[in-house]
Design a protein around this ligand. Structure first.
Ligand code: FAD
Length: 479
């Protein structure tokens, strides 16, 4: 089986997994009033594979002639990265600016594991690359949805794993058995875990020798005993399509992901104590995952530009000098991101046999450009739209004959734009830039796939300053 139907995906989630929502155990995530929204959103991925319009983008053919999801295609060239980026962008656009992520993040981790496992095997004569390959085939051939738990709860951010107030702020191996390892700890912000099949665990950071038990990577099915998922209720309140046209039916779930002495068989262990590879694995994942990130941000920045154009028109201010200035800034912001994303693929490299990677410098510049400029972009859109972003009437007020026509009359904009049209546009922009969905996007912009400082660190590491330095010396006549 290379591809699953949306229904097969939904049915696969009914496995008795341990999920809590607002203090209560969830018996079935596919029928839970909030989590089922995330399940439906994730179905997009499986629907695209069935839709003739997206089939070529979403599906590739393997060497055995069997079709499988393009997300699982190990990139071998710039073109593979560009196609992957387009798939992620298209899926997110169909998801009304919300990334689908149930295969994107898992394959980012699998690509990094392929690269790093080979290096670990070379140094320590371990068997990790074969295990990664077997797990990759299992996921690809069964068209599985996969989350990645990298971010540990971390406790005191200024301290390493072994110096924390208690030993479990970073996930660690607490027992090694002949048949596998036992793992304890908690990861946080883990996206989509409630509604995927498998969970890949990666180290958060570089480790020292004394942290060896924290240098651990593995994969487990989500119904594994001892794995407890506490789902965040953020953004879980009921919404209607009029007030929240983007987020009424779109949702991603995050969990606090607790490993309460979870047993992992050796076949699913990809790093166990080789501390000097914790950093390369953490960063290897980030190299792919930030490229995914900048790809899925493209519909969001398009939506910001489009919102500014739309509201400027409806409000009758499209020709005002300050509005044109803000539009130019927004266009530059969005198109710089698009150009850098493409450039990250064009500058990609294939240092490892059979696997291509986006250029880390350009990818991090793209992500930093996006994250750093996001709140300023929001400011321009909100400025052009006006205060009705947070003060408008509800759908019921337009439906009520006593108030509907009054609102259509008084809330209109330029000639030909009545109050209902303008309110609908305003509600879309409000959903995008304010409230829980706008707030989710704003925090996602700053923190997801690593904080601003993490991107700056990667830019400074990846930039080779020799050419610029030599040129400056030459200009100074001191070469
Ligand atoms: C919506 C969302 C979805 C996410 N999805 C996933 C996911 O699916 N899987 C996953 O693994 N992670 C996920 N993340 C986690 C994301 O990668 C982290 O939020 C990010 O790495 C920041 O970590 P943090 O939230 O613990 O913040 P912190 O690391 O606590 O950052 C807070 C501040 O502390 C600073 N800081 C941290 N450590 C130090 C230090 N040692 N010295 C100086 N300053 C420091 C940071 O630079 C930042 O300014 C997600 C996050 C969000 C918001």
């Amino acid at each position: 089986m290379g591809l699953r139907t949306p229904q097969q995906y939904i049915d696969s989630l009914k496995d008795g997994r341990t999920v809590y929502y607002r203090g209560e155990r969830v018996p079935d995530v596919t029928t839970h009033p909030v989590i089922k929204k995330a399940v439906r959103h994730a179905c997009l991925d499986f629907e695209m594979a069935e839709n003739p319009e997206y089939r070529d983008l979403a599906v590739v053919t393997g060497e055995d002639g069997q079709p499988y999801s393009r997300y699982y295609k190990i990139p071998a060239s710039t073109d593979d990265l560009l196609q992957r980026s387009r798939l992620i962008e298209t899926a997110t656009a169909l998801g009304k600016t919300l990334v689908v992520l149930v295969k994107e993040i898992g394959t980012d981790a699998l690509f990094a594991l392929h690269r790093v496992a080979r290096q670990v095997d070379q140094k320590y004569e371990t068997d990790y690359h074969r295990r990664v390959e077997a797990f990759y085939r299992h996921c690809r051939d069964n068209d599985l949805a996969v989350s990645v738990a990298q971010t540990d709860v971390k406790g005191d951010r200024g301290l390493g794993p072994r110096d924390q107030p208690h030993p479990d702020y970073y996930t660690r191996i607490v027992e090694r058995r002949p048949d596998g390892i036992v793992v304890r700890g908690a990861k946080i912000h883990t996206s989509c875990t409630t509604n995927v099949n498998e969970l890949i665990v990666l180290p958060t950071r570089a480790m020292a020798e004394a942290d060896a038990d924290y240098a651990v990577s593995f994969a487990i099915p989500v119904d594994t005993p001892g794995l407890k998922l506490i789902a965040s209720p953020y953004g879980g309140s009921p919404k209607n399509e009029f007030d929240a046209p983007l987020s009424a039916e779109r949702k991603m779930m995050e969990t606090i992901t607790i490993f309460d002495d979870v047993f992992v068989p050796w076949e699913r262990v990809f790093l166990a104590g080789e501390y000097d590879f914790a950093g390369p694995l953490a960063l290897g994942f980030v190299e792919y995952h930030r490229f995914t990130a900048v790809s899925y941000k493209l519909p969001l920045v398009d939506a910001l530009v489009g919102s500014a154009l739309l509201m400027a028109d409806l409000n009758g201010i499209a020709r005002a000098a300050h509005v044109r200035d803000k539009l130019i800034r927004l266009i530059s912001y969005a198109e710089t991101l698009r150009a850098l994303t493409e450039m990250a693929a064009l500058r990609g490299r294939g240092d490892d046999p059979g696997i291509f990677a986006p250029d880390p410098l350009t990818t991090n510049m793209a992500k930093y450009h996006f994250a750093h400029g996001y709140h300023e972009a929001l400011q321009h859109v909100q400025d052009i739209a006006g205060g009705m972003l947070v003060t408008g009437p509800g759908a019921e007020d337009f439906a009520n004959p006593e108030t509907g026509d009054l609102l259509r009359k008084y809330l209109g904009g330029r000639a030909g734009v009545d109050g209902e049209v303008r309110t609908r546009a305003m509600n879309m922009v409000s959903d995008l830039t304010t409230g829980d969905f706008g707030g989710y996007h704003a925090v996602l912009a700053i923190h997801a796939e690593g904080s601003l400082e993490a991107e700056k660190l990667m830019i400074s590491r990846a930039y080779d300053g020799r050419r610029a330095l030599e040129y400056a010396k030459k200009l100074a006549g001191i070469a």
